[in-house]
Design a protein around this ligand. Structure first.
Ligand SMILES: Cc1cc2nc3c(=O)[nH]c(=O)nc-3n(C[C@H](O)[C@H](O)[C@H](O)COP(=O)(O)O)c2cc1C
Length: 471
């Protein structure tokens, strides 16, 4: 990629620097994908993902203090014991800032790297369900108060409060316990990415955060509503699950500068993308005429493809008279909505996509009233309407603001005080799951009020099960 140091790919110092910048910028968490296979054109660009998600985040954990870190870990080719151990270790190392994006693998190239072929989709999801339950059980194999190290007496832990899990399903299993005490947040937070019927079930059952594959604000709203409805139907409080629709930003003083930056960074791929755009618009387009806008005849003949939800937006941009190159620079065939231009546009997009403020986020002392003196980008922060503000995986004391100007507030009451880590969400969820796994034991011994209430509702169960885990 021109203008980008290709050596960055192997520089952990750079990864830490980027994370520190995100932390300074009040980002709530980093989301790190995983794709253990080589793709793309190595002649012109390094692989799109980090060298290794867990090792990268281990470096980031040591160079940051507040930002959350969500890493992707596939359940298709990893054993739950390995996942449980690595994520818990990272959670301990980072003082409780970690989430696990549990995914099934869908690329045959990855399967081939494990000497395998991809299992059928149903089977992948059965294994995913078993894996998440075994991982959570392993994370809960130490009671919350099992670890009481005392340097004076030399006491380390109470063995009576550390127990095996003895879970075995059709695909995975583990005896446990994990050789790791609880982290400061109890255990990592589960994330799910992507929609689909099966993905929704995973999200409803385990997730506290969902990264949506959304193309438009309307799409994001529809997915979020579907998620909330399904969560309710599954007996969970929909507010426990935070939905994060994707957004790709290229910030610049104006649209032209934003498009030029995108062209400089990714323009070399545009000739190959013209074919895809042509399909979306139902036209024949010539990659050799990238600098020309569509003709009046082409615009009249264009029909958005019913098979690609991004097509109407692509046609709208084309009708604005941009050249073919600029249409592509608008990101019309990217995986999330693209904002190329001033930060305020990105802020307005996020604000437009967020739900109306029904109630204040916990502890927030700001009102959600937008006044004429506030630019929209600061209101986004102050009104706490963004899901990230109340997310459970970071200890940040302020909500994110993407405004270049200081948040418009006084210094004594200007921050949203966020519940640092939402153990109660996990506890409630674990308590509502039957049959109980050892994870419920963690709940059993937790002194917090939510657990107390759960106990009184008769949800106090602890059992070492040899039965197959629930699917
Ligand atoms: C935002 C987002 C991020 C994802 N990240 C990864 C990833 O890092 N690694 C991976 O193997 N799959 C990743 N996926 C793929 C999904 O987990 C899932 O496998 C895919 O959506 C196919 O789901 P399906 O089999 O239910 O159709 C991601 C999906 C989305 C929407």
């Amino acid at each position: 990629m021109p203008g980008v140091d290709p050596k960055s790919y192997t520089s952990f110092d750079n990864q830490v620097r980027y994370a520190q910048a995100a932390e300074r910028g009040k980002f709530q968490f980093l989301f790190v994908p995983d794709f253990p296979a080589l793709k793309g054109d190595l002649a012109s660009e390094p692989p799109q993902i980090t060298i290794d998600p867990m090792l990268t985040l281990a470096a980031v954990a040591r160079g940051t203090t507040r930002i959350g870190m969500v890493a992707t870990g596939s359940t298709t080719f990893n054993e739950p014991y390995n996942l449980a151990r690595q994520f818990k270790a990272l959670d301990i190392m980072s003082h409780g800032r970690v989430g696990w994006n549990a995914v099934p693998t869908s690329d045959p190239a990855i399967a081939a790297n494990y000497g395998r072929t991809l299992p059928p989709r149903e089977e992948k999801y059965r294994r995913l369900h078993e894996s998440v339950q075994v991982v959570q059980a392993l994370w809960g194999s130490w009671a919350a108060d099992a670890w009481a190290p005392d340097p004076v007496s030399g006491h380390f832990a109470d063995p009576a409060k550390v127990a095996p899990i003895n879970l075995g399903g059709q695909h995975v299993g583990s005896s446990g316990p994990l050789p790791l005490p609880p982290s400061e947040q109890g255990q990592p937070v589960i994330f799910q990415a992507g929609g689909g019927d099966q993905g929704l079930v995973v999200a409803d059952r385990y997730a506290s955060g969902v990264i949506g594959a959304t193309y438009t604000i309307e799409d994001a709203r529809a997915q979020r509503t579907a998620l909330r409805n399904a969560a309710q139907a599954a007996g969970r409080d929909p507010d426990e699950i935070k939905f994060f629709p994707g957004l790709m930003t290229t910030l610049a003083p104006d649209r032209r500068a934003g498009l030029d930056r995108r062209i400089a960074l990714t323009g070399q791929t545009f000739p190959q993308r013209v074919g895809h755009l042509a399909q979306m618009l139902g036209l024949r387009l010539d990659p050799a005429r990238l600098d020309e806008p569509l003709s009046a005849a082409q615009l009249a003949a264009a029909r958005p493809s019913p098979y690609d939800p991004r097509s109407p937006h692509a046609l709208k941009i084309a009708r604005e008279g941009w050249s073919l190159r600029d249409i592509l620079a608008h990101g019309v065939i990217d995986y999330h909505p693209v904002i190329a231009g001033p930060a305020v546009e990105a802020a307005d997009h996020m604000q437009a996509g967020s739900r109306p403020a029904r109630r204040m986020a916990s502890g927030c002392r700001r009102t959600s009233t937008r006044t004429a003196s506030m630019p929209s980008s600061t209101v986004w922060c102050q009104s706490c309407r963004n899901a990230a503000c109340s997310t459970a995986i970071t200890k940040a004391r302020r909500c994110a603001t993407i405004s270049a100007s200081p948040v418009n507030t006084d210094s004594t009451s200007g921050s949203c005080v966020e519940p640092s880590l939402d153990k109660q969400v996990l506890i409630r969820r674990l308590a509502s799951q039957a049959p109980a796994t050892s994870a419920a034991r963690w709940h059993e011994s937790c002194p917090r009020r939510a657990c107390d209430q759960a106990r009184r509702r008769g949800q106090r169960v602890w059992m070492q099960s040899k039965r197959p885990v629930r699917r």
